[in-house]
Design a protein around this ligand. Structure first.
Ligand code: UGA
Length: 436
């Protein structure tokens, strides 16, 4: 099937490449010429495991191309909208301006019977409004809302093998026809019995924000337990293991530490609250304000723990930071807890030397004044304390003897990801969040 994907960021570039991988003929379109130039050479503009391979294979088969020219969407039967919906400056709301702009630019190129598929995360009510806009200029096209649940770091496998498909469609024959079109787009996943939920626009939009709100709540729940554990001498990691054995609770997303960041969970829970308030339903999701507050307090706690461990003073201390990305297997530092802690320590006068396997270039754009080095060994040279803030495998597996000279053997585990015994046996002082 001929497909266009409008917006080639983390979501759209992966979606375009994966749609080509499963046999569709895809054009990826973005207004950013730099991004398109890289993608057209088969080079992802960001780090995502597996993406270079699917991009390359899409190019080689001739099924995948990229352009800045929206008119090249013409001829496609399905148009995916995959642009960002960032947090509006000075507000908690999501900025849906890019979604509107993408659809307005696309409409002159839409033909009768085409399906426009929204994948961006939007406030509930957006799809109904956009459907009216489409109705005015392309009445024979149908809008479907098809939220995306991919995780950065696993984006390719999540797109090729999604755990569920959700279609928000209009009522009646048009919804049935659009469902059939999307079914053929996702035929391979459906043949593997991937659950598919066909629903209305509002439910589809809400499924996405509800899923992210639930995940954020789960993380903040365990981090709230970490706060209690810290005051009472309990161990939050054992608590998580113990409650996680209850299958109704489950152990996943109960990893306590510096909390959540990235381009999705933080802004999605804020946008959800803002939308609920517009609807006069602020009380229904007011708890998400607490989820956000608990999450942000973890960053304060990490700075405080560093200060305490260093004897009450951060200024002038040499601090090595291992990990800057908001999570491993990503170079994304949007709202990264690790990068924020690094910059706050530096602002308090510490001499920070930071490293990350992939996120140095992205960190430097936000905080050009921090000192970045390529390896953990360079970061820790003469350090008064080593902070592990993103749980990359290479940091989890580090052995104390591999680190070389440090001024004092102090390690702070911001993600509860290290083998505590191993470090203590090697004579290090080990401290972490939520554990005695
Ligand atoms: C999240 C959702 O997990 C995806 O399902 C969704 O599609 C995506 O947002 C989106 O809306 O586009 P992502 O932002 O890639 O995906 O990252 P997650 O794996 O959810 O991790 C988010 C943050 O939570 C990270 O900073 C991670 O370190 C933190 N986290 C995760 C914890 O602190 N503890 C945990 O137990 C799990």
């Amino acid at each position: 099937m001929k497909i266009s994907v409008i917006g080639c960021g983390y979501l759209g570039a992966v979606h375009a490449a994966c749609m080509a991988e499963i046999g569709h003929d895809v054009v990826g379109i973005d207004v950013d010429p730099h991004k398109i130039a890289l993608l057209a050479e088969g080079k992802p503009p960001f780090f995502e495991p597996g993406l270079p391979e699917v991009l390359r294979s899409g190019m080689e088969t001739g099924r995948l191309r990229f352009t800045t020219d929206i008119s090249e969407a013409e001829g496609a039967q399905v148009h995916f909208i995959a642009v960002g919906t960032p947090q509006l400056a000075g507000s908690h709301s999501a900025d849906v301006g890019f979604v509107d702009a993408a659809i307005r630019a696309l409409l002159p190129h839409v033909a009768s019977g085409n399906v426009i598929v929204g994948k961006s995360t939007v406030p509930v009510g957006t799809a109904a409004r956009l459907a009216e806009l489409i109705e005015e200029s392309a009445p024979a096209a149908t809008l479907v809302w098809n939220p995306e649940f991919l995780r950065e770091g696993f984006a390719v496998s999540d797109t090729l093998a999604p755990d569920r498909l959700v279609y928000g469609v209009p009522a009646g024959d048009r919804g049935v026809a659009a469902t059939a079109v999307l079914d053929s787009v996702y035929a391979i996943a459906l043949a593997r019995d991937t659950p598919r939920i066909v629903t209305d626009y509002a439910t589809a939009e809400l499924v996405k924000v509800a899923a992210n709100a639930f995940l954020a709540t789960k993380i903040s729940f365990i981090n709230a337990m970490a706060e209690i554990a810290e005051a009472t001498g309990a161990d939050v990691t054992m608590l998580a293991d113990a409650i996680g054995h209850d299958p109704r609770i489950g152990r996943r997303f109960l990893n306590s530490g510096l909390g959540f960041g990235g381009g999705c969970l933080p802004k999605d829970i804020r946008a959800f609250q803002a939308r609920a308030e517009e609807l006069g339903l602020g009380a229904s999701v007011a708890f998400l304000g607490e989820v956000d507050a608990i999450n942000l307090r973890r960053r304060d706690r990490m700075v405080d723990l560093t200060r305490e461990t260093l004897g009450g003073e951060i200024a002038g201390k040499r601090i090595a930071i291992l990990g800057l990305a908001f999570k491993p297997n990503s170079d994304d530092v949007r709202d990264s807890p690790a990068l924020e802690v690094a910059s706050r320590l530096s602002a308090e006068g510490a001499i920070v030397r930071a490293t990350d396997p992939e996120a140095i270039h992205t960190s430097r754009l936000l905080y050009p004044d921090l000192e970045y080095v390529d390896t953990p060994q360079e970061a820790v040279a003469d350090a008064d304390a080593v902070l592990v803030l993103t749980e990359w495998n290479e940091y989890r597996e580090l052995l104390p003897e591999e680190l070389g000279a440090v001024a004092s053997t102090v390690i702070l585990d911001g993600r509860n990801c290290l083998n505590r015994e191993l470090w203590e046996d090697a004579g290090w002082l080990y401290r972490s969040l939520g554990r005695p």
